[in-house]
Ligand binder design. Sequence first.
Ligand code: SF4
Length: 275
Amino acid sequence: MKRVQSPSSINTYFQCPRRYYFIYNLKMRTSPSIHLVRGSITHKILEDFFKIDPSAIENNYRENMQIIVLDMLKKYWANSSSQLAMLNMKDEEIDAFYNETQMMLINWLNQFTNKIDDKIAQGSNFVESFNNFKPKTEIQYTDQELMVRGFIDAIEECDGEIRLMDYKTSKNAHISDEYRTQLAIYALLYEKRHGVRPHKVGIYFLKDTEHLLDVDDELIKHGQFMIEQIHACTDEIDHISDYPKKESGLCKWHSGQCDFYDHCFNGKKIPENSS
Ligand code: SF4
């Protein structure tokens, strides 16, 4: 079967084909993690933040935006309490993640506010500046010819420049090979749908700052190549032996291990109802 792929499935395959097989062919579940729960809360906040009416917060916009973002965090964190409870973490550990998330959002907001301040210094007012930087959020792109889909967190069109941006809460503020692949696929999907090449793609590292790549022929070709490779390696290919284990630091690390470690290395049987 030819499956619609995504940056996530493609990166999973190239990190470890066996892991891909467990997740995408056998549909075995992976464990929830604080990083996934926190990632989904921050994405929701950064999506909903841009739905506010800027004219209602024009006076004291710096303080007002901070109040709005922190209120959203409090609310969405509370809404996720059942998922957080399933993680079996101590309250102090959860609190530490909450505080860190608060710090990340304030860091992002400070940088956003600085851009607004610069625009105002050039003669705009707050509402115009906010709307200038307001992105389209969480847009799904699916290409039936490429058989690939992606969700772009933020599409920005500011001052004649189109930028496709993703939000990340990761520790390392660095565009890794996996992130580059994700961004290349977004650029390709955008160009195919709109007939216009975005100027830049990038990541808002919420603990750090934005990192950008120029969208050039090489990046677009990289996206095309990775999509061709995943289809060549997985379409109509269903046997476990075609998905070799790739031992790496992803198998086991000091505080945990891959969800499938026992299947790979300790003889645990694959559940019969998982396929
Ligand atoms: S334990 Fe290692 S080899 Fe096995 S699926 Fe996970 S990453 Fe791949």
